[in-house]
Design a protein around this ligand. Structure first.
Ligand SMILES: [Zn+2]
Length: 412
């Protein structure tokens, strides 16, 4: 399976800048040549021809030939993407802006691996770069690509290392179907008709609220400074550092929550994960300001993508299910009403249960029977924390890998 890892980059800033400036220059050159020929001769160059033309008129001696190719191919790859986007949105434009900086790419032909050290060739006469891999990447099958990416938020360079780890997707453990409801109070509920697991992660909300508070304080402090002053600059730097830190914490939590969801699916012997389709929830419906904020607090698309690839490794497929009325329908009698608070209580039959669990079982019902309210809520509800903060802190010191831990069970 192909996986991408982000690693810290220790290349001096000036050198990294030079590399990505040169990549930007090569990309821009192809772009300018392409549009010039379209303008003057009225036809599109083929990618191969464009590369040859640029190699001939602007020979670059210093780099690995395939790194140059990668920078040049960037433009035509962007064209292919634009073409696909144009089918959905006719107003989409082909790439036409020159780029000052661009991510430099080393293809597998320019990479040598010796133990934990990657050597990136920069062609004859230019010293090569080396990247140190973490120990868990010691026995990957192949390194396919290494990219020198500038992280705008953190204002520093990072390595993106693409590897083929030699593993094959596992066979699904059974034929079961589990459904997932992504909520606001709890990140997610996973389960089938017998058992539901609440993935609890208060830290996410805690982190989001703390971040909002810190940002508000900084914004206030910034409003009292003179524009362009030393104090203002310092505060801006702090702001971007805090934003980058927050983004890293959230990314980590998203990975852990999606991992926990897939682990539950494997335990329940599932071959299919059904997810509520919330793609159009943010537009169209006019929700209150607060609800809008809450919904946008979870990046559903991101979580879905993470679950999809983690599930694929376990032989599980992810499908989307329209989630209309899944949070409102009573799983016992099918009566519909809007719940308030965290507990769903039915006025018709007296059923009462966790609101997110009702959503989960109704998504399952909608998938299996075509409408919500056909399956009764699962009798067992488990709780699971995808991580343990105290353990995580300790691990940060010792470098151990934290394991997911399961909490108390049987509580409805
Ligand atoms: Zn009812």
């Amino acid at each position: 399976m192909i996986r991408t890892y982000r690693l810290p980059c220790t290349v001096p800033r000036s050198l990294a800048d030079t590399l990505n400036l040169e990549s930007g220059r090569l990309y821009t050159q192809v772009l300018v040549t392409h549009w010039r020929i379209v303008r003057k001769q009225g036809h599109w160059l083929r990618p191969g021809t464009a590369e040859k033309l640029n190699d001939f008129f602007n020979p670059v001696k210093r780099w690995h030939a395939h790194t140059i190719d990668a920078a040049q191919q960037g433009f035509y790859k962007a064209c292919t993407t634009a073409k696909a986007v144009k089918k959905l949105d006719p107003d989409a434009k082909y790439p036409h802006w020159p780029k000052r900086f661009r991510t430099t790419i080393w293809k597998h032909t320019a990479i040598k691996k010796a133990g934990l050290v990657l050597t990136l060739s920069n062609g004859k006469g230019t010293p090569s770069l080396s990247v140190r891999l973490p120990s868990h990447l010691a026995d990957v099958l192949r390194v396919l690509e290494v990219r020198l990416v500038y992280d705008k938020r953190a204002r520093r360079y990072t390595w993106h290392v693409v590897v083929e780890n030699g593993k094959h997707p596992a066979e699904a453990t059974g034929r079961n179907v589990v459904s997932v409801d992504l909520g606001e109070i709890h990140p997610a509920v996973v389960g089938d008709a017998e058992e539901a697991t609440l993935i609890t992660c208060r830290e996410r909300r805690h982190e989001a609220q703390g971040h909002a508070k810190r940002l508000a304080r900084l914004t206030q402090a910034l409003s009292r400074t003179t524009k362009g002053s030393r104090r203002a600059k310092k505060l801006w730097r702090t702001t971007s550092r805090i934003k980058a830190q927050h983004a890293r914490v959230i990314r980590d939590l998203e990975h852990k929550v999606s991992r926990a969801i897939v682990e539950v699916a494997v335990e329940r012997q599932a071959s299919i994960i059904v997810m509520g389709d919330v793609r159009d929830i943010a537009d169209g419906v006019d929700l209150s300001k607060q609800t809008n904020q809450k919904i946008s607090g979870w990046n559903h698309g991101k979580i879905r993508a993470l679950i999809t690839y983690k599930a694929a490794a376990e032989g599980i497929t992810v499908t989307l299910q329209d989630e209309h009325y899944t949070s409102q329908t009573c799983p016992q009698c099918g009566h519909r009403h809007k719940p308030r608070g965290r507990v769903y209580t039915c006025g018709q039959c007296g059923f009462s249960g966790h609101r997110d669990v009702v959503g989960q079982v109704n998504i399952l019902s909608a998938y299996l029977h075509g409408e919500p309210g056909k399956i009764t809520a699962p009798a067992t509800v488990k709780h699971r924390m995808p991580h343990n903060l105290r353990l995580m802190r300790r691990c940060r010191d010792t470098g151990q890998v934290p394991r997911a831990c399961s909490l108390e069970t049987d509580h409805v």
